[in-house]
Design a protein around this ligand. Structure first.
Ligand code: NDP
Length: 319
């Protein structure tokens, strides 16, 4: 039976298991992890178990495998845990990394779950058309920065909101948004949106919920589409407080929520699209990197005050 030794731990795969032993390299902080810290009544995903390591979708190296799809030395991304080493039994969401010509950490972001989220949420749910008006909230984050760039590639006019001047500048100078604004500096969000979209919004990529959604609804055009990706302003709240949902009726809007894991079958198609764009420099991706597992809890909490600029990544080991 193989025995793994680091300076602090000794791990081995159980005899007859269908498992992989992983050395974690890059772990992401993702907003949905907050939801897993509450009771999961009606949720699409189980709560974390107190006392056990937090789960996440990270990048790892296979140290040993009794699973037929993986072998020692493979690089993978997918479900792992906030540990230096971990055993994943019967890995369901674990993808082999074939292309290592890009930063490996990208598989926590643009080449991983957030990338697939932007892709499915924008192309599949919003079905964008050239010339349409697109608004993205939390636009400088892991998902939002990609949605804005996808919108530009689709020939749309795109405006993003974010919570600091640095992020607003990035949206325009780095990601090519046509306009961007700091929502924390706007006293009247509805009026601000009307300024940027005098003819209304065709597509709203919803990352925030609450007051932002309330401000967006009256600004939507007839037959507009809202991709309800997330509502981070509500993850520490009870109830969304949105008081004007009637606009969904009167403007014939389509508001559709989605869970990215239902779209993982499209991952190969997404890779075909995104890899050349990255390699040709037609799309860029910003990460916010912290070092060491001990930095992970503060980095996760930071998502909820907007401390991260781009995808929040925790480096556990580089190889
Ligand atoms: P980000 O990298 O964008 O980080 C979260 C950002 O949200 C923060 O940086 C902050 O930016 C903003 N934020 C935090 N609190 C608030 C608040 N109260 N009001 C307004 N903005 C706030 O995260 P992701 O890109 O990973 O995720 C974006 C959204 O997509 C989240 O809602 C997430 O839950 C959702 N999601 C959904 C998935 C799905 O399957 N449906 C999959 C992945 C993500 P700022 O400085 O701009 O305030």
């Amino acid at each position: 039976m193989p025995l793994i030794t680091s300076s602090t731990i000794h791990l081995s795969l159980p005899e007859g298991s269908n498992a992989v032993l992983l050395k974690n390299l890059y772990l992401p902080c993702d907003p949905y992890m907050r939801s897993r810290m509450s009771e999961s009544k009606g949720s699409y995903i189980d709560s974390f178990t107190p006392g056990l390591p937090i789960e996440g979708l990270g990048v790892a190296k296979v140290i040993d495998s009794t699973h037929s799809n993986f072998k020692k030395g493979d690089l993978v991304w997918g479900r792992t845990r906030w540990e230096e080493y971990c055993i994943i039994n019967d890995p369901q969401i674990l993808f082999k990394i074939e292309d290592t010509d890009v930063p490996l950490s990208y598989y926590t972001g643009i080449l991983g779950m957030p990338g697939m989220t932007a892709y499915a949420g924008f192309y599949e749910i919003c079905a964008p058309k050239k010339g349409e008006y697109v608004f993205v909230s939390a636009a400088a984050g892991a998902v939002g920065q990609l949605v804005g760039q996808f919108a530009k590639l689709s020939g749309c006019y795109v405006v993003g909101s974010a919570g600091t001047k640095e992020k607003v500048d990035l949206l325009k100078s780095k990601f090519g948004f046509d306009e961007a604004f700091n929502y924390k500096e706007e006293e009247d969000l509805e009026a601000a949106l009307n300024r940027y979209f005098p003819d209304g919004i065709d597509i709203y990529f919803e990352n925030v919920g609450g007051k932002m959604l309330e401000a967006v609804l009256p600004n939507m055009r007839i037959n507009g589409r809202i991709s309800a990706c997330g509502m981070i302003s509500q993850y520490n709240e009870q109830g969304d407080g949105v008081r004007n949902l009637i606009h969904i009726v009167t403007k014939s809007l389509r508001l559709q929520g989605f869970i990215v894991s239902h779209y993982y079958h499209m991952y190969p198609k997404y890779m075909e699209m995104i890899m050349p764009l990255i390699k040709q420099g037609k799309i860029c991706y910003i990460e916010d990197v912290v070092e060491g597992l001990e930095s992970a809890p503060a980095a996760l909490v930071g998502l909820f005050s907007g401390r991260n600029v781009g995808k929040q990544v925790v480096v556990v080991a580089r190889e």
